[in-house]
Design a binder for this molecule. Sequence first.
Ligand code: NAP
Length: 345
Amino acid sequence: MKTSMELAIVWLVRAAWIAATLPIVIAFIPSSKLRSFHQLVLGFVGRGKILQHSSSQKLTVPQRFFAHFYVIGVACTTLLLATTWMFACKVAPLSSSEEFQLSDIASRLTGGGSHVFSFHKSHLTPVEHRLEVWRAVFLLILMETQVVRRLIESIYVFKYSPSARMNILGYLVGICFYTGAPFSLCVNIAPEVARFAGNQVAEFIANGKGHSSSPEVDLVLSISPLMKLGLCQLIGGAVFLWGWLHQRRCHAILGSLRESPRQANEYIIPHGDWFEMVSSPHYLAEIVLYAGLVIASGGTDITIWLLFSFVVGNLTMAAGETHRWYLRKFENYPANRSAIFPYVY
Ligand SMILES: NC(=O)c1ccc[n+]([C@@H]2O[C@H](COP(=O)([O-])OP(=O)(O)OC[C@H]3O[C@@H](n4cnc5c(N)ncnc54)[C@H](OP(=O)(O)O)[C@@H]3O)[C@@H](O)[C@H]2O)c1
């Protein structure tokens, strides 16, 4: 049973996602009365080329500060992954007969397991709870592969133009996002993991460095539960990988557009991969890979759905503006391209 403090943490995280998404949803309402609100939200969401020549250039930071997001994302995700994985091995081990496929597929396909859209642990049997812990480990591994790649890309692949800026509030939201996103993937078990980590540290200090036994790492115990994933994790992992690979390709295309330093401030029409269908395929790929996380979570966690909603709203808005910018900038812009969702928007 969760304590009221644990429940409060879950609801606080959910409230934060709702508060971040709501202004974007309101800004999408096609009403002339909301035009100035739409411009205001766009000022915060906009960056790089879609913030150029805008009146909202004042409170801005260089767009290359995007790398800060991923430094924070890597630090938070690595910390959460390491502690959750250790917790999973020591406190929530799974025997082979208990691994994902049994309860995961059976309870979800039959609609059993009354924890649908709930986070009350009283509904979870100990085995179900242990599965929840291992699912969190799996989600954090996926997140780690994303933030590490993005950090490498922001340093080595993208060639940010010196004039590209982003709004300071957008920058702060980005910092919060890369702290909140990995935390949301494991928020249901985070208090237990934090208590476990605290105990480990206290034990380490009490025993003293010299007397502490060397950490026992049982590779089979640490990895075998992840090797026998349930159907949701397999499908979610595959969808995530699909989005991940396309985003990597699209980022490589964007990074290759400015071939010489003289082109540092130039914008060129990108071609190849999903660019043939939409103007912001890297944003579409991001949505696909977060959809993979939702599926891999089992699709029953409201917090992860709210995180996903923010990603969809934020990137759809930026993509719509990017598309309009391309149409204004290039007379020969391919007419068949949608903004972000092929044939839809
Ligand atoms: N999860 C989330 O909520 C979230 C939020 C934001 C971003 N992201 C992800 O972060 C990644 C980067 O986003 P972003 O908004 O920074 O992308 P972006 O504005 O498209 O910029 C990416 C890089 O490509 C350059 N570039 C873009 N279009 C170009 C063109 N036509 N010609 C030449 N260079 C061009 C930009 O140059 P400039 O420096 O001149 O702009 C920048 O260096 C995306 O994959 C996105 O999905 C995720």
